[in-house]
Every structure is written in C-alpha cells, then in structure tokens.
Design a protein around this ligand. Structure first.
Ligand code: ADP
Length: 416
C-alpha cells in the first residue's frame, strides 16, 4: 500500500491542498487542488496532477449539497483522494499556519496544547489564524489518529535582531507581542534551500529574496538565515500587493479614523481589500491585466510597485552590509520579465547587471557574466516545503531530507 501525505492551507473562503506520495520518504507531487467559495452560493472543487493537467472539477450549490464549512471541504477532499488514489494510506497531514507568535520557531507536531496556543494567537492574525485552526480541527476529525504538523509563515524570521523585530512605540507593546514577525517564511525557506543546491556559495552570502505574488514581500537572508523582512506585525506592511496597501504612514490611519470617521472594519476593508495594485489602478489587482492595459492608472500602479521593490533592494542590502545575490519568486517574480527588468534597470551601482535576453526567457540566472551580484529566478514551492517539514518532524523523512532539515528553521539571533 502506498503512503500519502496531505498539505492543507485553510483560508477564510477556501482550502488549498496538495497530495504527495511519500512511500519512499521523499514527497512526490500527485495532485494539487482547492475548494473555493466556502459559504458562498456556489462552491467549486478543482484538482490538477503534478504536471498541471486537470484531474477534475465540480461545482456545488444548494441542489448538489452546498459546501459551507472547513469540515465539509476537508471531507470532500478526503473522499476525492480515496476515489482518485485507491489503495493509499494517509500517513500525515501538514498545515500551513500563518502565525506562530514568538513561541513557535520551527514546525511542530499538533496536539491539544498546540491548538490552544494557536487559538491564543488569533488577536495577532484575526483574519487568518481562526481559519487555519478550523482547518486543523476539520482534518483531525477527518483523519483520526493520523499525525498532523503545523508549519508557520513566521518561523523563518524569528531570529531577527531586535532592531528588525520591534517598532519604536512604548516597550510594553513589544513585550506583549507587537513585533515585526514577517511572513511568507515557508516560501523564503524553500527558496533559500533551493539556492543552496543551485548556487551554494551565493546561498552562504548576503541575499535579497523578492516574493512577488498577489501577496508580496522581500526578505534579507544572511548565511541562510532571515535577518529582515518588509512585512511586519501584519501581512499589510512593506510592498504594495494585489489589494493590500503595503507601507503606510500611521498618521493616515489616524486621519481615516478621526477626520473621515471610518470604523476599524471599514479601514480594514480598505487596507486589505481595496488598496495596492487594485486601489491605485482602479482596474485590477492582477499584474497581467495591468501590464496589458494602456490606461495611465494601470501604468502608475505598476510604477509604484516597481519603485517600492527597488527601494527595498537598497534598504535590505544596507541591512545585510552588502549584496551577493538576489532571487525573484512568486507569480510576478517568476513570470513578469517586465517587472524584473524595471526593478533591475540602472542597478549597476549595487553590482547588478541584467542579462536582458535571459530575463525575457525567465531563465534561472538572469544577471550577466559581468554582474558582481548574481540574480536568480527560483520557482517557489511552499507545499513541498511543508511536506518535507512534516515528514521530518514525524521522523518519516528519507535521510537526505532529514539532513537538510537539521539546519533548523529560525536563525540564531545575530547581533544587530
Ligand atoms: P498568490 O500570492 O495568490 O500565491 P501568485 O504567486 O500566484 O499569487 O501571483 C499572482 C500574481 O502573479 C498576479 O498578479 C498575476 O497577474 C501575476 N502573474 C502570473 N503570471 C504572470 C505573467 N506571465 N506576467 C505577469 N504577471 C503574472
């Protein structure tokens, strides 16, 4: 009987999943899919195989049985796996969890104490954490007795020096957890490990990674460990995103509250869902649509995005005392040669010389042989990272994966 591992990423209205064959202790992607539209009048199940070919899709409405809870969605996924891959045993479930607070500096096997601790972190990530916990509970009910592991988006950043972990507000807030946690850590860890395989010397140096997707952030990595991130207390800070504002003067919040009389939920809606590329362009949150548009507002939204990324290349290089390599990942970072070209143009001052032709091809190395700083594109794979951590935590990983994971997740705290 073959062995299967499932990775779940539970959001407010969707659950994404990846199914891996782990019979040999190394995750092999069998299927990726999602249930979206939880609680909506129509929910949709889709799944693809490891090559991206459709394995099935189905809509659910009132007549065919609406999917309104995480439990129903997980049950649906489980049934689909049973039907599609008969004769396989689910041996583990790995969960992507947005917030690990200061306690969880590496992946952990889930038990009642861990679930309670994750729930306690809800005030730090009220839009995400409750759904992650609901996904864990649903999976515990659907796979009784199957070990489950939580992998955190914050862990990779927990070794930040104090200056990159705090805000300059009264210290009591830092002590109660108002810190610069940083997110996208699962992606950054995966990319850092891939870089070790692709370019081991660069991976040992000073690296800026730009995860540019619908959510976007950048991270400064030194000797394989994160020392600074553009995201802070929440996933709002730093770069502008599809619909999130990015870096914002706190005075703007006071203005919206005091002068415009907006409520906190109205402000939340603006900052999370109506800002970023969508808010600036008034057209779309999608970079492809903006690149295809000839409207001035679309161009200005891209200009702002590119400008902020360029600023952060400089800022994070300063935090690293220099730059040896840069990596692009995420939907925009991996696919938009235009954005990469504009970010990297005129960066000879920092040692970057772009190979335009390689950049057009989305090649792995896009800097020219003259470039002192190497620039790479690495396709991120958060599902695989979570699967490897899950196997390692449970002692089910093949020796080479165990060895790789033995590095630990969070850095030793370096001096500032
Ligand atoms: P998420 O953060 O939701 O995982 P992705 O990493 O998939 O998002 O990134 C989605 C973004 O990537 C969208 O803005 C999309 O337009 C952009 N994108 C994907 N492919 C391309 C492309 N070929 N050219 C430009 N942008 C692209």
């Amino acid at each position: 009987m073959s062995k299967t591992l499932i990775v779940l990423n539970a959001g407010s209205s969707s659950i994404k999943f990846v199914v891996f064959d782990v019979t040999e202790g190394k995750p092999v992607n069998m299927a990726t899919g999602q249930v979206e539209g939880l609680g909506a009048s129509v929910s949709r199940f889709t799944a693809k195989d490891g090559e991206g070919q459709s394995l099935g899709e189905k809509d659910f409405d009132k007549a065919s049985g609406a999917i309104s809870t995480h439990t129903q969605a997980v049950d649906l996924i489980l049934k689909w796996i049973d039907d599609t891959f008969p004769g396989t045993e689910v041996v583990a479930v790995g969960h992507r969890v947005v917030h690990g607070g200061v306690r969880f500096t590496k992946p952990v096997q889930i038990n009642d104490d861990v679930v309670a601790a994750l729930e306690e972190l809800t005030p730090l990530a009220p839009l995400h954490q409750p759904h992650n916990v609901a996904g864990i509970r649903a999976a515990q009910a659907a796979f009784p007795g199957v070990p489950q592991v939580a992998v955190f988006d914050t862990s990779f950043h927990r070794g930040h020096p104090f200056v990159n972990d705090t805000f300059a507000i009264p210290r009591e807030y830092y002590n109660e957890g108002v810190r610069r946690y940083g997110f996208h850590g699962v992606s950054y860890e995966y990319v850092t490990r891939r870089l070790k395989q692709i370019a081991p010397l660069d991976a040992e140096g000073r690296v800026v990674i730009a995860h540019l997707g619908n959510g976007a952030s950048m991270c400064a990595v030194r000797y394989g460990h994160s020392i600074a991130s553009t995201m802070g207390f929440s996933a709002l800070d730093g770069l502008p995103m599809g619909t999130r504002c990015g870096n914002l003067d706190a005075g703007v919040l006071l203005y919206l509250l005091d002068q415009k009389g907006l409520s906190s939920s109205e402000i939340r809606e603006i900052l999370y869902s109506k800002s970023g590329l969508l808010g600036l362009s008034g057209i779309s949150q999608d970079m492809r649509e903006l690149e295809a548009s000839d409207k001035r507002e679309a161009r200005e939204a891209i200009d702002y995005f590119v400008f902020r990324v360029r600023r952060e290349v400089g800022a994070l290089s300063a935090a690293l005392d220099g730059l040896d390599a840069m990596v692009f990942c995420g939907g925009i970072g991996e696919n938009s040669w235009r954005v990469r070209e504009r970010v990297l143009q005129g960066m000879q001052w920092i040692g970057i010389d772009l190979d335009e032709e390689a950049n057009h091809r989305n090649a792995r190395l896009i800097s020219s042989p003259l470039s002192r700083v190497r620039v790479y594109i690495v396709r991120t794979n958060e599902g695989l990272m979570i699967a490897e951590h899950t196997l390692t935590v449970l002692g089910l990983a093949a020796p080479e994966i165990q060895a790789f994971s033995a590095d630990g997740t969070a850095a030793q705290r370096p001096s500032a």
